[in-house]
Design a binder for this molecule. Structure first.
Ligand code: BGC
Length: 440
């Protein structure tokens, strides 16, 4: 926690030598230059009425495609070891699209920052659909193209970002692109993304890549009470948000009979999905508090959850909240990491925290400093408890287009004035820079 002056009370504990420090972004949220790529499902979704809080699109965003040199300089100034960005599949499909990533990777290497690309961060080409099994094979072909071009300089590869959110928010609830409201009929979307992941791991290895992982979102699930109905609801939520995307990868099986609801030859697909990983990426923001289902629609964190699901999400009280309304619960990260180690044991490869961060306004963002300080201490407690964590990436380098929230949520260490594209490092940028320097 920050003191009155906003300065954390003591230096962070020492992290192991070789611990990888980085920051994250994603293509659709920062790149802009929409007319230099194919359309993605997010372009079509954002064009619909009432879908994005401020009515905006990501057509320009941070104009990163045209300003990436300035952004690489910000990374170098921060002193991070690595930069997690995503490659836009729609841009790679456009003539010359890969040239941009080639330049970016060269510039990162020249600045001493290791490139960590994510191959899919929700911006599916608009002509494709995850309900189709063939999308997984197409993804693997695209991955081969990228790996052949960038593989000589990439440090770590990430196949997918948060297939859980993409399935739930995009295909089950319809609040993200492509805006489908399929509820449980969205399960094939989960399976096809997992299959795409496994095929991508094989494609990467065939192209000579090493150090491959995934970035899955996870959080502790807290039952709203000890009542049996709340406990059962929390269990259902935990299965859908945590285990559905981890068990197939780490245990080669779906949890709780969900495999029977999946399309295709599931046993054969699981052999592909469970290709061994070099590390496992976890994005952590907050725990979820879950109670028994209710008859009416509920709303939490800006997401409208229809009746008919086996759970409802409840507010978590007693913690500070970010501008997004998300509770700040650093100890949730310790609980999550130790819980994961206990659940998966030696099936869990080394872990990297691939996203962690918060939405706050302002350049003197002491709240963000307190958030990051608290979460890094919580992460260190997990290390002390014996969890093999190898790296930590802040979400995000820049303020950016926060999906259905448009430009209304600022997650960056660097402020972006969208009218002028001027970048201004916030207090948290200076704090993180000093924290990194102290670890060297
Ligand atoms: C996503 C990011 C997003 C962040 C904050 C994660 O779920 O991977 O794209 O901006 O959370 O909402």
């Amino acid at each position: 926690m920050a003191t009155d002056a906003g300065v954390p009370p003591s230096p962070l504990p020492r992290f192991p030598d070789g611990f990888l420090w980085g920051v994250s972004t994603s293509a659709h949220q920062i790149e802009g230059a929409a007319d230099e790529r194919e359309p993605s499902v997010w372009d079509a979704f954002a064009a619909g009425p009432g879908r994005i809080r401020d009515g905006s699109t990501a057509a320009v965003a941070c104009d990163h495609v045209h300003r990436h040199r300035e952004d690489v300089a910000l990374l170098a100034g921060l002193g991070v070891d690595a930069y997690r960005f995503s490659v836009s599949w729609p841009r790679v499909l456009a003539p010359g699209g890969l040239d941009f990533y080639d330049r970016l990777v060269d510039d990162l290497c020249a600045a001493g920052v290791r490139p960590v690309p994510t191959l899919f961060h929700w911006d599916l080409p608009a002509r494709l659909d995850w309900r189709e099994r063939d999308t997984a094979a197409r993804f693997a072909a695209y991955v081969t193209t990228v790996a052949e071009r960038l593989g000589d300089r990439v440090h770590k590869w990430i196949t997918l970002n948060e297939p859980a959110e993409h399935t739930l928010l995009g295909h089950a609830l319809g609040v993200h692109a492509p805006g489908e409201r399929l509820l449980f009929d969205a399960l094939p979307v989960a399976h096809h993304q997992l299959l795409a992941h496994g095929l991508a791991v094989r494609a990467l290895r065939a192209a000579g890549a090493r150090d491959i992982g995934i970035a899955n979102s996870h959080g502790p699930t807290w039952a709203a009470s000890r009542a049996e109905t709340d406990m059962a609801a929390a269990d259902s939520y935990d299965i859908l948000l945590n285990r559905l995307f981890a068990d197939p990868l780490l245990l080669r099986r779906y949890p709780s009979g969900l495999g029977e609801l999946m399309p295709g030859d599931v046993a054969a697909d699981l052999e592909i999905i469970a290709e061994p990983l070099d590390w496992y990426g976890i994005n952590y923001y907050a725990p979820a508090r879950v109670g028994a289902p209710q008859d009416a629609e509920t709303e939490i964190g800006g997401v409208r959850v229809p009746a008919g699901l086996p759970f409802t999400l409840r507010e978590i009280e007693g913690y500070p909240v970010t501008d997004f309304g998300w509770p700040v619960v650093p100890e949730g990260l310790t609980e999550l990491l130790t819980g994961f180690r206990d659940r998966y044991g030696d099936r869990l490869p080394p872990v990297v925290v691939t996203e962690n961060g918060c939405a706050y306004e302002g350049l003197d963002d002491q709240d963000r400093i307190a958030y990051l300080d608290g979460h890094l201490r919580a992460l260190h407690r997990a290390l002390t408890a014996g969890v093999d964590v190898r790296g930590y990436f802040v979400w995000s380098l820049l303020d950016n287009w926060e999906w259905a929230e448009g430009y209304t949520r600022r997650f960056g260490l660097v402020h972006v004035d969208y009218a002028t594209q001027r970048r201004t490092p916030k207090a948290s940028y200076e704090w993180f820079k000093e924290a990194l320097r102290a670890q060297r």
